[in-house]
Design a protein around this ligand. Sequence first.
Ligand SMILES: Cc1cc2nc3c(=O)[nH]c(=O)nc-3n(C[C@H](O)[C@H](O)[C@H](O)COP(=O)(O)OP(=O)(O)OC[C@H]3O[C@@H](n4cnc5c(N)ncnc54)[C@H](O)[C@@H]3O)c2cc1C
Length: 627
Amino acid sequence: MKWVIPKTYTNPIYPLKQVSDMNSNTPTKHQVAIIGAGPVGLTTALDLANRGISSVVFSKENSVSVGSRALCFSKKCLEIIHRINPDAVSRMIDKGITWNLGKVFYKDDEVYKFNLLPEEGHKIPAFINLQQYYFEEYLAEEAHNNPLIDLRWQSKANFIAQDEEKVTLKIETEEGNYNIEAEYLLACDGVHSPTRNTMNLPFEGELFEENFLIADITMENDFPTERWFWFDPPFNKGYSALLHKEPDGVWRIDLQLGREGIDKAKELDQERIKARLRKMLGDDCKFELEWTSIYNFRCMRMDSLIHDRVLFAGDSAHQVSPFGARGANGGVQDSDNLSWKLAYVIKGLAPKSLLNTYQEERSPAADENIYHSSNATDFISPKSKISTVFRNQTLDLAKDHLFAQKLVNSGRLSNAFKYLDSSLTSTDNPSDDWQAGLQPGYSFNDVTLKKHGKTTHLIDELGNDFTLIVYGEIPVDVIDLTDIFNVKIVVISDTQNYSDLVDSNEHFKNRYDAQKGSWYLLRPDHYIASRGKVLDNKRIKKAILKATNNSEDYSKSNIKDMNPQHQKDDMYKALIEAHEGLTEEESHKLNAKLILLLMDKTEAVSEWNTIINSAKAIKENNVLIES
Ligand SMILES: Cc1cc2nc3c(=O)[nH]c(=O)nc-3n(C[C@H](O)[C@H](O)[C@H](O)COP(=O)(O)OP(=O)(O)OC[C@H]3O[C@@H](n4cnc5c(N)ncnc54)[C@H](O)[C@@H]3O)c2cc1C
């Protein structure tokens, strides 16, 4: 239930795009279709595009999602966006409110405070607060400018069927309906997922009956940019409250209302909300309502995220309560895990079975998110008298005792899931005797380095495919498979002599337990696939094959040739072969048919005119006009 139009934000309106599919009798086949242009659908489209995979994205809306939705975006989520599009993440961080600190209160007293990022040297903060609509808008802008993404607003996509080769969708628009086909369908269509419903797939879990009032308000005050959470505060006795700063002078306030006898329409009365807020903020505080709503929360999930050619990601696959900020942050981690795997399968760099590891790795992540989110909701709103007694005793003890502080749960905040047991993760070599560092299965950890005397971060040096980080030694042998898998080799030295990148403050050495010759192999999603204390070409090759689910007898001949030059050569060869044995007249006819077909594949008139003009220019001047 929502009302009040936000005053600090005007959402963009995206038009319905004219596409040739609308007038085509036969459905166009796309590599990947994505339903949903929320945080997960947009991130996935951009990640796939970075990997050379085109997609068509459908949103039934004409804009981003306006209203009180995600606010807290985690370090891991922002690191993923940074990998995909550093400009977008810079905009998010510039616009957002950066915070690392939180405080927990019980009744009138501060119980304890926490720092989510006590370690220095990270480019990306522990969290930013940013309204979900900005997050989506920045990604949508990047998607609009990306030639590999065909983003279609005001287009409702309906799953029709799938077979061994394709998925068929029916697209409904105000100007008519049409069908399309895709090799893969990614259902990022949110918690009410029409795809999941049409396919009759269960979505099971727990419904929490507790009601929460969310009020986004504008006010001027000097509260610090910290997360403040109250249990049983004097202004909302018996319940909880949360205060958080947002950009544009907006503050998010969550007030727990209780379980039974809540008349939502009455609770949403503007004067009633203001009275509640005055109790919290004081009579002198001047504020205005920006957006208000009342929510109940559910923790639910699909059993399997993969149904042949249809893969589910984000809220369509699992839903959590907002405590812990695990919804969008978890969904973007799904996208991070899925995109490179799908790209590798489509490019022929990995067998189709690599996709099964999306289920293997993200299903436990969904469980973990639901576990923490349910526990937080239970702690915040205990369901029985005895659990209330335990909860309140814990809070009392937490003022003085660390053991009790650890039990207080106002939301365990989202962080990077660990793929420790994954079949893609190599185990450490026992003789390496690691004392510390990051185990295979962990996400990378950022550090500051010096590059040509200037400060840089490890995150800025990592590749979009595999990255091999080598410490203190330049690998002399060519590492096998580096060309096929486009492995980026990053050499970090402890002195200026080895490489451009210097571990001047020994962050890398200490955090990665590195010595001369130590190496870490990072997957395309920047998770550690393997590591070693001594450079070992065979182990690195084995780890790449394991991380891509390829067999150990894998060789270059197993894969489709993705070298763009080879592809062009092959296309040229096919063209010449098509003309072989034809008379001049037959050749002209074939060319005419080819051109008409190419025209059909070209969507914009302007693009077509540019091609014609380029061809004419070559004829007249023998010079190609670059367009
Ligand atoms: C009050 C509240 C606070 C929250 N706070 C946080 C937070 O701080 N941090 C956090 O990480 N998460 C938070 N969340 C959760 C977060 O909002 C969601 O997890 C996130 O939006 C999920 O993204 P998604 O892309 O999977 O789905 P959505 O954002 O729901 O996007 C799905 C899109 O698919 C479109 N769609 C659906 N059906 C079709 C169709 N047939 N054809 C075309 N398009 C279709 C929808 O219109 C929608 O645009 C919060 C949620 C709420 C309600």
